[in-house]
Write a protein that binds this ligand. Structure first.
Ligand SMILES: Cc1cc2nc3c(=O)[nH]c(=O)nc-3n(C[C@H](O)[C@H](O)[C@H](O)COP(=O)(O)OP(=O)(O)OC[C@H]3O[C@@H](n4cnc5c(N)ncnc54)[C@H](O)[C@@H]3O)c2cc1C
Length: 289
């Protein structure tokens, strides 16, 4: 097996163009499992560990730009205040060792419907920056996932960053698994309130062939919320929101859970995250008590 170790982004893109079959490796927490279990035996690995540009985060036109190889631990510690939803999701990934190595770029590269960053990225309207020697393009997270464990990357392309606006309202993430830690999601849900735009963002994980948004639920809730003088949410609004989130999923029965259980879990997570987010938005106001 050939092991390519470029030390710049230009070098990495040139290697990917010359070796389109090369498998990128960032934290390696997915790739090494696949190699160890012999699920994949690529001729060439493209190590991104020395590409400094992928390990940085900063701001870009008011948005936060997270290099594809920034590990979860740094997202939690360095960006948690600005990106609370993504940080919550990151805290649920694997174990400290996995969070020290694993990256959002790798989660996107693997494009598993169960990847934990996806619901948070979808709810926050994240965009994915993709580059090749041909240039750079930006793809909205909602358009990035192409099927089960498939994404829209061309063979010569790399994910270089994700772009997100700092939160302007409450964000929440909830995940159901068979235990609390080191667990793949049976179902997951991300919620972001965007008060400046009077908009709601959602992300459904592990309950469809790809991570996806619950558009009808978003529109329903945005119209129901009393953004200017927040009031307590009625049970019927919470229940309808939960039902619409569950309806947006198309889950399967598998060893982790039945389709019916996943739908139920999603409706519960949607109601709970909405309650938490709205309570935060109200800021303890008497009308919301
Ligand atoms: C014990 C264990 C527990 C885990 N728990 C969780 C969990 O709770 N939640 C969860 O979501 N995941 C979990 N994972 C999976 C994994 O940790 C995550 O998917 C992680 O985000 C992968 O990041 P990475 O940098 O290690 O990716 P890698 O393994 O390096 O790469 C993953 C995929 O992305 C591609 N890739 C990586 N970087 C790029 C790039 N810049 N451009 C294009 N393609 C790229 C690779 O070629 C590969 O196909 C777990 C894994 C293990 C081993």
């Amino acid at each position: 097996m050939e092991f390519l170790r470029p030390d710049s982004l230009a070098g990495a893109l040139a290697e990917k163009a010359a070796n389109p079959g090369a498998v990128p490796i960032a934290g390696g927490t997915d790739v090494m499992v696949e190699l160890n279990f012999d699920h994949r035996r690529p001729d060439t690995l493209l190590d991104l560990g020395r590409v400094a540009e992928l390990h940085e985060h900063g701001t870009d036109g008011g948005r936060i730009r997270i290099g594809a190889a920034v590990p979860y631990t740094r997202i939690i510690g360095e960006l948690g205040a600005q990106l609370p939803g993504l940080a919550m999701a990151a805290r649920t990934v694997g174990s400290p060792q996995i969070r020290n190595r694993g990256t959002v770029g790798g989660n996107l590269g693997a494009a598993s419907p169960a990847g934990d960053s996806h619901p948070a990225l979808l709810a926050a309207d994240a965009e994915v920056e993709i580059a090749s020697v041909r240039g750079t393009r930006i793809v909205a997270a909602k358009d990035f996932y192409a099927g089960v464990k498939r994404n829209v990357l061309e063979p010569d392309e790399l994910i270089t960053a994700v772009l997100l606006a700092p939160a302007t309202g409450p964000q929440q993430f909830s995940k159901i698994g068979t235990r609390n830690a080191m667990v793949i999601a049976v179902a997951a849900f991300g919620l972001a309130l965007h008060p400046e735009q009077r908009r709601v963002g959602t992300g459904v994980g592990s309950a469809a062939p790809t991570p996806r948004r619950a558009f009808e639920a978003e529109e329903f809730l945005a119209a129901e919320l009393n953004w200017d003088s927040p009031k307590v949410l009625t049970d019927s609004v919470k229940r309808r929101f939960g039902d619409l989130v569950a309806a947006a999923a198309s889950p399967i029965d598998d060893v982790r859970g039945s389709a019916a259980y996943r739908r139920h879990a999603l409706s519960v997570m949607a109601r709970r995250t909405l309650t938490w987010a709205w309570t935060e938005y109200c800021g303890g106001s008497a009308q919301c008590a």
